[in-house]
Write a protein that binds this ligand. Structure first.
Ligand code: KG4
Ligand code: ZN
Length: 334
């Protein structure tokens, strides 16, 4: 019955969580506001903010879980992928604490953690997926279709060959001069727009792979043309543009995902990562699940974007396997 302290610092959220087995006791996230004025994450500022946040965030996580450091049995940390300077803060902190407390370290892959978020026990009514399970992992940096044979036995069936889905949405938002990060803003504006107002083509990519850089570029050129005739075009059609580009990206994601699920005779499907907070994607997957009689798993909002609870659950499964990390392990960025 281990207590696991988890630490996540891969990008611009400093987070710490405490789990008792697979049960979540606390999950604290400090989001960094400093990046908003720059329209994207500034790595140096992210690293500095992690340094300021990490001690109070871990402290609060322990306090909210109502346990002391001495009760912790292992420390799980995100080793990568992510920004080097950001990762270093969490990795160094985890290592020092494990030395001081003389308890083992568990390294966690950030992408695996996003997927395993579905196994966090956070209320008594919830059910967890069974295997095999197919997960569409869509974050700011990654887009993958992942087949899970077991908690830690994952097979990547397809992935983006260039930009990630979240990156494409954020860039579309930036082109329209919307604040960063653009995903949640587009989602909100799209609610009052017509998703069929404009059509944007999706590329033909073999198998279960994706490409988003062409969609982004055609969106940019389309707007450039329109703005030449009407400088107010974006202002006038903002909601329709958001709804249309969102539909284009999400339908493309789900079309391949559906194909992969059918080919592999999957009955349990899930989405994970920051973009899985998107309401169009969530609703569309539920509908797809009804059509194919799948069991559909949609993460609660608090586990979609970066958080340490997902690092803790991944750490728990590795703890059961006695899969501990050496103190000399460096972070990895990709
Ligand atoms: O997983 P995440 O928090 O960080 C990475 O590991 O990359 O994902 C962040 C991404 C950003 O691109 C953000 O715009 C997107 O998730 N995102 C959304 C929504 N909420 C966050 N995209 C679409 N709709 C949303 N509601
Ligand atoms: Zn993430």
């Amino acid at each position: 019955m281990p207590y696991i302290l988890a630490i996540e610092s891969s990008c611009d959220d400093t987070s710490s969580a405490v789990l008792h087995d697979d049960r979540l006791l606390s999950n604290v996230i400090a989001s960094q506001k400093v990046h908003e004025q720059y329209g994207g994450v500034v790595p140096e500022l992210a690293s500095r903010a992690h340094q300021q946040n990490i001690v109070p965030v871990v402290d609060t996580a322990l306090h909210n879980a109502n346990i002391t450091l001495q009760q912790i049995n292992a420390i799980a940390f995100t080793r990568g992928p992510g920004l080097l300077g950001s990762l270093l803060v969490g990795v160094s902190f985890a290592k020092s604490l494990s030395q001081a407390l003389n308890i083992p370290l568990i390294e966690v892959n950030h992408l695996q953690a996003h997927i395993l978020a579905h196994f966090i026990k956070h209320d008594d009514t919830q059910s967890v997926p069974e295997f095999p399970m197919l997960c569409l992992l869509v974050s700011g940096g990654h887009t993958q279709i992942v087949l899970l044979h077991d908690h830690l036995d994952m097979e990547i069936l397809g992935q983006t060959i260039d930009d990630a889905a979240g990156e494409a949405i954020d860039k579309a938002a930036k082109i329209m001069d919307l604040p960063y990060p653009g995903g949640p803003v587009i989602d909100k504006l799209a609610q009052s727009g017509n998703p069929d107002a404009f059509h944007f083509a999706t590329p033909n990519i073999p198998e279960f792979n994706y490409s988003f850089s062409g969609i982004k570029t055609s969106f940019l050129y389309f707007l450039r043309d329109q703005l030449q005739n009407d400088p107010q075009f974006i202002e006038k059609h903002k909601a329709d543009l958001c709804a249309s580009i969102q539909k284009c990206i999400m339908d493309f994601l789900l079309k391949k995902f559906e194909k992969a699920a059918l080919k592999h005779h999957i009955r349990q499907v899930a989405i994970a990562g920051g973009v899985s907070a998107n309401s169009y994607l969530r609703n569309s997957l539920v509908q797809l699940g009804q059509k194919h009689h799948w069991r559909v798993f949609i993460p609660p909002f608090q586990f979609c974007t970066d958080n340490a609870a997902m690092v803790g659950i991944a750490g728990y499964f590795k703890y059961l396997n006695n899969d501990f990390a050496d103190i000399s392990l460096p972070p990895f960025t990709r």
